[in-house]
Design a protein around this ligand. Structure first.
Ligand SMILES: Nc1nc2c(c(=O)[nH]1)N[C@H]1C(S)=C(S)[C@@H](COP(=O)(O)OP(=O)(O)OC[C@H]3O[C@@H](n4cnc5c(N)ncnc54)[C@H](O)[C@@H]3O)O[C@H]1N2
Ligand code: MOO
Length: 406
C-alpha cells in the first residue's frame, strides 16, 4: 500500500521538533524566528536631536526673520552627531551650529536649515522664521524604552535587525538554523568538474540539495559522497550525525541490487516507503542516532521535488517557522497526462496572462530531465485521482524562486 503525500509529510512532521533556542548576534538572525519579546532598552530617538544641518535657535528670536530681512544671531558653538548638546545653553540672541542627528543644545527650541541662512560661523543671518519644534526629532517619538518592539515568534527580516539594533540589542534569542549534512550515494558519481570515464556521471544532487538547504535559511555543514558500500555509508553517516541536526541523502532507495541506503538503514531506524507521487515514489525517513535522516531518491528531479515536498516543511518546523509557499491557482495552457493514483508534481512555466496564471508544463517530465527542471519556474500539483488535465483546467501551482506574483 502506498502512502499519500500528505500521510508521508505528516509522519515526518510528527517526528521533527523545533530546535532549542539560542542567542545569536543580530547579524546572523535573518530568517530566524524570535522566541522572546524584544523590549526596547532605550527611547528612539534617544534624545531630542536635529533633523537638519543648520542652526539650533530660540524660536522667539527669529519670528521676524524673512529673506531680505534676516535676524542675526551669535554662534556660540557647534554640535555634530555624537556631540553632547548639553554642553551649550542657547541664550537670547544666540544660536548653535548643528548637524543632522546631533543632540539639541539646552535653550534652543527650533532648528533652521542651513539653506535658510548665510551659513555664518561667528554670526549667522537667519532668513526664515522657525516655529517651536521645527526640525527637531523629539526623544521617544518613535519608541519608548520598555516597549515590546518585536514580539516573540517574529521572522527576523532586515528591518527587524535594524529595530533590534537601534533599541539596544546585540543578540536575539532565536531558533537556530538547522545544521544539515547532504550525502550522495552511488559508484557512478564523479565530483562536478572532474573528467568522466564510461558509465560515470557528474554528481549534481548533493550540490543542488545543499543549495536548497541554504535557500531555505538552514546551514549546510557538510556535503559528502559515498560509494555503494554499506559500511562506508554507515561510517560516514555516523560522523555526520555527530555534528548536525538533519541529514539528507540521495540515491540508493529503490529496488536496485546496489541500493545501499535502503539496505543499510532499513534496520537502523529509517523506514522506506512508497509514496503515491510522481516523481519521488521511493522515500526513506527516520532517525539515525536520534538525528532525522531524509533518504531521497537519486533521480535529480525526484530529489528536488522530494526536498520541496518533505524536507523543506521539516526544516521550517525545526526553525519554528510555518511552512509558507507561494501557491496560486493556475489555468492549464495545454493538456497533461498524469498517472492514476499518484499525485503528480509536474514542472511548468507559469506566467501572468491578464488576471490569470497560465501554466505550461515543460516537455520533459521524466525524473532525469535536469534542463527542463531549470526551464520550469513552478511545480504543478495534479491530484492523485486526476489522470488528465486539459487546456483551461484549473490547477494548483507552487511558484518557485524568481517568479513575481504580480
Ligand atoms: N525496479 C524498479 N526500479 C526503479 C523503481 C522501481 O520502483 N522499481 N523506481 C524508480 C524511481 S521512481 C526512482 S525515483 C529511482 C530511485 O532510485 P534510487 O533512489 O535508488 O537512486 P539511484 O538508483 O541511486 O539513482 C537513480 C538515478 O539517479 C542518478 N543519480 C543518483 N544520484 C545522483 C546524484 N547525486 N547526482 C546526479 N544523479 C544521480 C543515478 O545515476 C540514476 O540515474 O529508481 C527507479 N528505479
Ligand atoms: O518516482 Mo521516481 O522519483 O519518478 O523517478
Amino acid at each position: 500500500m502506498m502512502r499519500s503525500v500528505a500521510e508521508h509529510r505528516d509522519a515526518i512532521l510528527a517526528a521533527v521538533a523545533p530546535l532549542a533556542p539560542v542567542a545569536l548576534p543580530i547579524s546572523a538572525c535573518r530568517g530566524l524566528v524570535t522566541v522572546a519579546d524584544v523590549v526596547a532598552e532605550v527611547d528612539l530617538p534617544g534624545f531630542n536631536n536635529s533633523a537638519m544641518d543648520g542652526y539650533a535657535v530660540r524660536a522667539a528670536d527669529v519670528t521676524t526673520a524673512r529673506p531680505g530681512a534676516p535676524v542675526s544671531l551669535r554662534v556660540i558653538g557647534e554640535v555634530a552627531a555624537g556631540g553632547d548638546g548639553a554642553a551649550y545653553d542657547v541664550g537670547v540672541g544666540e544660536a548653535v551650529r548643528i548637524m543632522t542627528g546631533a543632540m539639541m543644545p539646552a535653550g534652543a527650541d527650533a532648528v533652521v536649515m542651513v539653506e535658510r541662512t548665510d551659513g555664518g560661523t561667528e554670526v549667522v543671518a537667519i532668513e526664515d522664521a522657525a516655529p517651536v519644534g521645527q526640525s527637531i526629532r523629539p526623544a521617544g517619538e518613535d519608541v519608548r524604552a520598555g516597549t515590546v518592539v518585536v514580539p516573540a515568534g517574529t521572522v527576523v527580516n532586515p528591518r527587524v535587525v535594524a529595530l533590534a539594533a537601534a533599541t539596544g540589542h546585540g543578540t536575539l534569542a532565536v531558533r537556530p538554523r538547522p545544521r544539515v549534512a547532504v550525502l550522495s550515494t552511488g559508484d557512478e558519481l564523479i565530483p562536478p568538474g572532474m573528467p568522466l570515464r564510461p558509465g560515470q556521471i557528474h554528481e549534481s544532487n548533493a550540490p543542488m540539495l545543499a543549495a536548497c538547504v541554504e535557500a531555505l535559511g538552514a546551514e549546510v555543514v557538510r556535503v559528502a559522497s559515498v560509494s555503494d558500500d554499506a559500511d562506508a555509508l554507515i561510517a560516514t553517516l555516523g560522523e555526520l550525525v555527530a555534528s548536525c541536526d538533519a541529514v539528507v541523502t540521495t540515491g540508493g532507495v529503490s529496488m536496485g541490487a546496489y541500493d545501499v541506503v535502503k539496505a543499510a538503514l532499513r534496520d537502523r531506524g529509517v523506514e522506506f516507503v512508497q509514496v503515491a507521487m510522481q516523481p519521488g515514489k521511493p522515500q526513506g525517513f527516520g532517525a539515525f542516532d536520534g538525528v532525522p535522516v531524509f533518504a531521497l531518491p537519486g533521480n535529480p528531479v525526484s530529489a528536488f521535488v522530494s526536498f520541496e515536498m518533505f524536507v523543506a516543511p521539516a526544516l521550517d518546523t525545526m526553525m519554528g517557522r510555518s511552512h509558507e509557499r507561494r501557491v496560486v491557482t493556475g489555468v492549464m495552457g495545454h493538456a497533461l497526462d498524469s498517472p492514476a493514483g499518484r499525485t503528480q508534481i509536474a514542472r511548468a512555466v507559469t506566467r501572468r496572462a491578464g488576471s490569470t496564471w497560465l501554466v505550461d508544463p515543460v516537455v520533459g517530465q521524466g525524473s532525469h530531465f535536469v534542463h527542463d527542471l531549470v526551464r520550469a519556474n513552478s511545480l504543478v500539483i495534479v491530484p492523485a485521482e486526476s489522470t488528465r488535465l486539459v487546456e483551461g483546467d484549473p490547477v494548483e501551482v507552487w511558484l518557485l524562486d524568481g517568479v513575481h506574483d504580480h
